[in-house]
Write a protein that binds this ligand. Structure first.
Ligand SMILES: Nc1ncnc2c1ncn2[C@@H]1O[C@H](COP(=O)(O)OP(=O)(O)OP(=O)(O)O)[C@@H](O)[C@H]1O
Ligand SMILES: [Mg+2]
Length: 151
């Protein structure tokens, strides 16, 4: 699908956010600056609002690897694996240790081996127009029937 604007991206994040529950995993891929963190920010701020929690800054976890957001219904773990060099380093993070307890949003997941059942893979790419993006979505488990047609 085509994401026409930031506002459109926000609508998508809300649609996904409404269906998110503990143990879900979102894998966000695509080039630098394509919008993975922006999507995550909209999503986390939506969840904070929905769950009656004060909105916080949502910064890119590029340097910290992980930022955690304690919400009412679940905890959100926002990872960025860009700086990790091999699968072993990724494994040492123990991302899936308490995987049933948290929602995981993972940027740069290429080195990650996961056996998550309920997951969405969002692959963003640039378009000629600076305000637009292409988005390819792969749906697994409970997301299989998820439709993003009407946003
Ligand atoms: N339709 C759009 N969707 C997403 N981002 C957009 C769109 N239009 C403009 N942008 C801008 O593109 C930039 C995306 O940056 P962002 O940090 O989210 O990328 P990223 O994929 O997380 O990069 P990195 O790989 O460095 O983590 C932001 O400045 C955002 O405002
Ligand atoms: Mg980012």
């Amino acid at each position: 699908m085509i994401i026409k604007s930031l506002e459109h991206l926000k609508l998508l994040s809300i649609k996904i956010g409404k269906k998110l529950s503990r143990s879900d995993c979102l894998l966000l891929s695509g080039e630098i600056g394509v919008g993975k963190t922006t999507f995550s920010r909209y999503l986390i701020n939506f969840l904070q609002k929905e769950q009656g929690i004060k909105l916080t800054e949502v910064l890119s976890p590029t340097f910290n690897l992980l930022y955690e957001y304690e919400l009412k219904k679940f905890k959100v773990m926002h990872y960025d694996l860009y700086r990790l060099k091999d699968k072993k380093e990724v494994e040492q993070l123990g991302i899936f240790k308490e995987s049933n307890q948290t929602v995981k949003i993972i940027e740069w997941p290429e080195l990650l081996k996961d056996n998550i059942i309920n997951k969405l893979e969002l692959n963003f790419s640039h378009k000629d127009k600076e305000s637009e993006r292409n988005l390819e979505i792969k749906k697994y488990g409970k997301w299989e029937n998820f439709s993003i047609n009407e946003l």
